[in-house]
Design a protein around this ligand. Structure first.
Ligand code: NAP
Length: 252
């Protein structure tokens, strides 16, 4: 048990197995820790195994790390097969892994376009297909796909916005397909969250983003994690196919 479960005795995810991608740091780490604090065993899936192991150790609940590149369909298939053998059931999938390669349209290279689409859109599709198929057999599942406020369109992010818009449409489609199997699927759209992804911005752009947030601060990974923990729980059993902003009022 994690310290939080011990302290509060609130464990709505006890007995659940969760897979969180890109969870070695940033928002994914916050989600992994939160799900564990609510009682789940968490598989921390990331390209960076040593950092993922540190997150899994912090989670407790017999959580563990796996090295996984979500953009590699064969690796996803093999890894999910191994996880099903090991865990027996996967109840919660959080597709969080993502990258950005921002550039204005006239400067964006094929490589920048392809890299972002491969991880941010195809990666979520591969994970949904493999784990969604497993969940169908179990007759239970909670899928949370991390999109972004940028899906509405953003300067310098044609690749990222297109991928995240694809995640929204993917999620709405699988929500309809999987509903009859007692599986929910929702997309969340973080606004401006304080992680390495945003800390790499020039200061004047960082400050300009803060000006767009009515609540007056950048979000923290835990802010996003609180929403994911709700969507992953049985309290959200009647919520599916939704696209939910989490940004302190942030609008592009
Ligand atoms: P982050 O700090 O850059 O963390 C992303 C994590 O994903 C890293 O651990 C990274 O590993 C991992 N990753 C990258 N490519 C991967 C792959 N192919 N397979 C598996 N893992 C991979 O990003 P973040 O800010 O926490 O963002 C998390 C998610 O939220 C992303 O989907 C992002 O698009 C979305 N989001 C973020 C914000 C924001 O303001 N931060 C806003 C809206 C949406 P490495 O250590 O190797 O890089």
């Amino acid at each position: 048990m994690t310290a939080s479960v011990e302290a509060h005795g609130y464990a709505p995810l006890a007995g659940k197995n969760a897979v969180v991608t890109g969870a070695s740091r940033g928002i994914g780490e916050g989600i992994a820790r939160k799900l564990a604090s609510r009682g789940a065993k968490v598989v921390v899936a990331d390209v960076n195994l040593s950092a993922a192991t540190a997150t899994a150790d912090a989670c407790g609940n017999d959580s563990f790390a796996v090295e996984l590149n979500v953009a590699d369909p064969d690796a996803v298939r093999d890894s999910v097969s191994d996880l099903v053998d090991k865990l027996g059931h996967i109840d919660i999938l959080v597709n969080n892994a993502g990258i950005n390669r921002d550039a204005m349209l006239h400067k964006m290279t094929d490589e920048e376009w392809d890299a972002v689409l491969a991880v941010d859109l195809s990666g979520e599709f591969y994970m949904c297909r493999e784990i969604g198929t497993h969940m169908r057999g179990n007759g239970y599942g909670r899928i949370v796909n991390v999109a972004s406020a940028s899906w509405m369109g953003n300067i310098g992010q044609t690749n990222y916005a297109a991928a995240k818009g694809g995640v929204v449409s993917l999620t709405r489609s699988i929500a309809k397909e999987l509903a009859r199997k007692n599986i929910t699927a929702n997309a969340i759209c973080p606004g401006f969250i304080d992680t390495e992804m945003t800390r790499g911005m020039p200061q004047h752009l960082f400050d300009a983003q803060l000006d767009k947030i009515p609540l007056g601060r950048a979000g923290q990974p835990e802010d996003v994690a609180n929403l994911v923990a709700f969507l992953a729980s049985d309290d959200a059993a009647y919520v599916t196919g939704e696209v939910i902003n989490i940004g302190g009022g942030y609008k592009l």
